[in-house]
Design a protein around this ligand. Structure first.
Ligand code: NAP
Length: 569
C-alpha cells in the first residue's frame, strides 16, 4: 500500500503511521522488512532507487562482480532459498546478484510495502510522543515508532570536484550511478579515473571495447587474481549439504566466512621458501580472505606484511611487460590488506595491450576537465567518455545526507562532525528508536556483508520484540556505553596496521572528512559475542523505557505511560 493510500485509509488528518520505517531497500532493508513483518508490525520502506537491490541496483558498470564467493554472499535466513538458488559462477556478477535479490523480493512478497523512487530527506524524533517523523523528497511525511537506517555503507557516490566537469562535451559516468541500458565504448577514446575495486574490475572490460583507454591512477592498489570459474557442481552439492553448519560456523570467524583454515603461525617464523610457497598457493586459488589468512600477523606486523606485499609486487613485475608501468602499478604507500584487497580478472595483463595507457595522476594530477577531455598538469588527453571510479562517501555519507534530529536538540550531523559515534554500530546515543544496519563501529564492511546484515537485523528485531514483551516502546543507547565502545573500536584498530592506509575506512578519500578508522576490526566472532552478551545482560548499555506510544503489532500491550524506567542495565 502506498503512503498516500495508507494515509487515505487512516482516519483523521495526521501523517500515515507505521510501527517501523525502514530507509533503503537493499539487502539490509529487504531482510528487515521480512523480519519485522513476521513480528506483526506495520512497516514502510522508502527506497531512492527505482527498484530493490541497493548497491546492486546502482552499480551496473562493466565487469561489476562481488569479491565474496556467491555461495557465501547470499541470505541464510531461508534454507529453502539457499538450497534452491543456483549460482552459476564462483563469484556472482552484478546482473546475477540483482536477479537473486529480485527473486527474494518476489518470493517473500516484499515490494508491496516499499515506496520506490522516494528519497528520505529528514527524520525527526519527537520525545513527547515517542515518534519519528520521516519526510521524503516528495514531501510525504510518515510517522513511526522506530526508524531503521538500511542506507548502506557505499551508497553515496562521489565525483571529485574537478574544474570544468560541466563543460565536458561528451558523456561521463560514475560506477555507482551507471546507466541501466549500459554504455557502448566501441571505437571511443575513454578515460577511467580511479583504480579501486570498481576501476580494477571495469578497466579490462573497457579496454576490450575502446579504441584507446587512458587509466588515471593516483594510488596503486593491491589486486589478486579472483580465479573465477563456473561453480563446480560437486563443490556446490557439498556446500549445500553443509549449508546450515557453514552459516553457523561463519559467526566464529574473523571475516564471517567459514571454510578457510585459520592460520597457525607468523610470517616471520616461516623461512622465505615456506612463505613463498604459502603465498603462491593462495595466489593460485584466488580470494582475498584466503590470502590474508596465509599467516597470523599479516595485518598486525609491518615486517610480516612487507613479505606479502613484496610477493604481490613481484607478481605485478612479472605480468606487466613495461617495467616503468609495472613499477607504477606496484603499491608502496600502504600495507597490503589495509585497503580493501581487490580481486580481479586480467587487470595487470590489460596494461600489456597497445590500446591502454596508464597515466600517473600522482606526479601529474588531473587539473581540469575540458570540453574535449582531461587535462593534467603536463598535457591534455582528448577523450570521448570519462568513467569515474572515484568511490563513495563511505559509511557515514548516506546517514548524514538525511537531516536527523530530535526534539531534545540532538542533531546527527553535529554529533558526528568530529567522527561517527555509535554504540556497536547499531544505535547512536541521544537518538531513541533509531537503528542502523552495519553502521560505523560494527564489522560490517570488514565482513561478509550479508552475514553482518542478517546479524544486525536479527538483533534489532529481537530488541523490538523484547520491548513489546515488556510493554515498552523506547530504547536508546547509553552515552557512557557508547563512549566505551568507541574507545574499544579505536583501541582494536590501533593495534593493527589498518590506520596506516589512506583508505575510505579512515574517511581519507573525502577532503575534509574526519580521519578516524570507522569499522570494528576485532572480528565478527568477537563482535557477535559482544552483541549476544549485551542481550544476555538485559540489553546492557541500552535504556529501555515505556514511551508515549506503543507498538501495535500482535501481542503488543496498550501501556501508554511515560518514563517508567524498566530498562536493562
Ligand atoms: P575506492 O576504492 O574509494 O577507489 C576510488 C579511486 O578513485 C581511488 O583509486 C582513488 O585514488 C581515485 N580517485 C579519487 N579521487 C581522485 C582524483 N581526484 N584524481 C584521481 N584519482 C582519484 O572506490 P571503489 O573502487 O568504488 O570501491 C569502493 C569500495 O566498494 C571497495 O573498496 C569495495 O569495498 C566496494 N566494491 C566492491 C566490489 C566487489 O565486491 N568486487 C566492487 C566495487 C566496489 P586514491 O586512492 O589516490 O584516493
Amino acid at each position: 500500500m502506498s503512503v498516500a493510500e495508507h494515509q487515505r485509509k487512516a482516519e483523521g488528518t495526521g501523517p500515515a503511521s507505521f510501527d517501523v520505517v525502514v530507509v533503503g531497500a537493499g539487502l539490509g532493508g529487504l531482510y528487515a522488512l521480512h523480519r519485522l513483518r513476521a513480528l506483526g508490525l506495520t512497516v514502510k520502506v522508502f527506497e531512492a532507487g527505482g527498484d530493490v537491490g541497493g548497491t546492486w541496483f546502482w552499480n551496473r558498470y562493466p565487469g561489476c562482480r562481488c569479491d565474496v564467493e556467491s555461495m557465501e554472499y547470499s541470505y541464510s535466513f531461508s534454507n529453502e532459498l539457499q538450497q534452491e538458488w543456483k549460482w552459476p559462477e564462483r563469484y556472482g556478477t552484478q546482473p546475477e546478484i540483482l536477479r537473486y535479490i529480485n527473486h527474494v523480493a518476489e518470493r517473500f512478497d516484499l515490494r508491496r510495502d516499499i515506496e520506490f523512487n522516494c528519497r528520505v530527506v529528514s527524520a525527526f524524533f519527537d520525545d513527547a510522543i515517542n515518534q519519528w517523523s520521516v519526510t521524503t523528497e516528495r514531501g510525504d511525511v510518515v510517522a513511526a515508532t522506530f526508524c531503521i537506517m538500511a542506507t548502506g555503507n557505499l551508497s553515496t557516490p562521489r565525483v571529485p570536484e574537478f574544474n570544468g566537469l560541466g563543460s565536458f562535451e561528451s558523456d561521463w559516468y560514475h560506477t555507482g550511478l551507471w546507466p541501466h541500458e549500459g554504455v557502448d565504448f566501441s571505437g571511443q577514446r575513454v578515460a577511467v579515473v580511479g583504480t579501486g575495486s570498481s576501476g580494477v574490475q571495469m578497466i579490462p572490460h573497457i579496454a576490450e571495447q575502446a579504441k584507446h583507454l587512458y587509466v588515471f591512477q593516483r594510488t596503486a592498489n593491491f589486486s589478486l587474481p579472483a580465479c573465477n570459474a563456473p561453480l563446480d557442481p560437486e563443490k556446490e552439492r557439498q556446500h549445500k549439504a553443509d549449508y546450515p553448519e557453514r552459516r553457523r560456523a561463519a559467526y566464529d570467524t574473523p571475516f564471517g566466512i567459514a571454510g578457510y583454515p585459520p592460520p597457525v603461525r607468523k610470517a616471520l617464523e616461516a623461512t622465505p621458501e615456506e612463505r613463498q610457497q604459502a603465498y603462491e598457493e593462495k595466489w593460485a586459488t584466488g580470494g582475498n580472505i584466503s590470502f590474508l589468512y596465509a599467516f597470523t600477523d599479516l595485518l598486525l606486523d609491518k615486517s610480516a606484511n612487507d613479505t606479502a606485499a613484496e610477493f604481490v609486487r613481484e607478481k605485478i613485475r612479472r605480468t606487466v611487460r613495461d617495467p616503468a608501468v609495472a613499477e607504477l602499478l606496484s603499491p608502496k604507500d600502504h600495507p597490503i590488506g589495509t585497503k580493501r584487497l581487490i580481486l580481479d580478472t586480467n587487470y595487470y595483463e590489460t596494461y600489456n595491450r597497445d590500446n591502454v595507457t596508464l597515466v600517473d595522476a600522482r606526479s601529474d594530477p588531473i587539473e581540469q576537465i575540458t570540453p574535449a577531455g582531461v587535462r593534467t598538469r603536463a598535457r591534455e588527453y582528448a577523450v570521448d567518455s570519462i568513467a569515474f571510479a572515484t568511490g563513495y562517501d563511505a559509511m557515514t555519507g548516506a546517514m548524514l545526507e538525511i537531516d536527523i534530529r530530535t526534539s531534545s536538540g540532538a542533531n546527527l550531523r553535529e554529533k558526528w562532525s568530529a567522527s561517527p559515534r555509535t554504540y556497536m554500530g547499531i544505535m547512536v546515543a541521544a537518538f531513541p528508536n533509531l537503528f542502523m544496519i552495519t553502521g560505523p563501529g560494527s564489522p560490517g564492511v570488514k565482513s561478509q556483508m550479508i552475514l553482518s546484515i542478517e546479524q544486525h537485523v536479527d538483533w534489532i528485531t529481537d530488541c523490538i520484540k523484547q520491548l513489546r514483551s515488556r510493554s515498552l516502546s523506547r530504547v536508546e543507547a547509553d552515552e557512557q556505553a557508547e563512549k566505551a565502545w568507541i574507545e574499544h573500536v579505536n583501541e582494536v584498530a590501533g593495534a593493527t596496521l589498518y590506520p596506516l592506509a589512506n583508505s575510505w575506512y579512515m574517511g581519507a578519500n573525502i577532503p575534509g572528512k574526519p580521519r578516524i578508522f570507522m569499522p570494528y576490526v576485532g572480528g565478527v566472532a568477537a563482535y557477535k559475542n559482544k552483541c549476544d552478551e549485551v542481550v544476555a545482560d538485559g540489553y546492557q548499555g541500552f535504556l529501555m523505557t515505556s514511551g508515549a506510544v506503543n507498538v501495535t503489532g500482535d501481542g503488543a500491550s496498550g501501556d501508554t505511560t511515560a518514563d517508567a524506567d524498566m530498562s536493562g542495565k
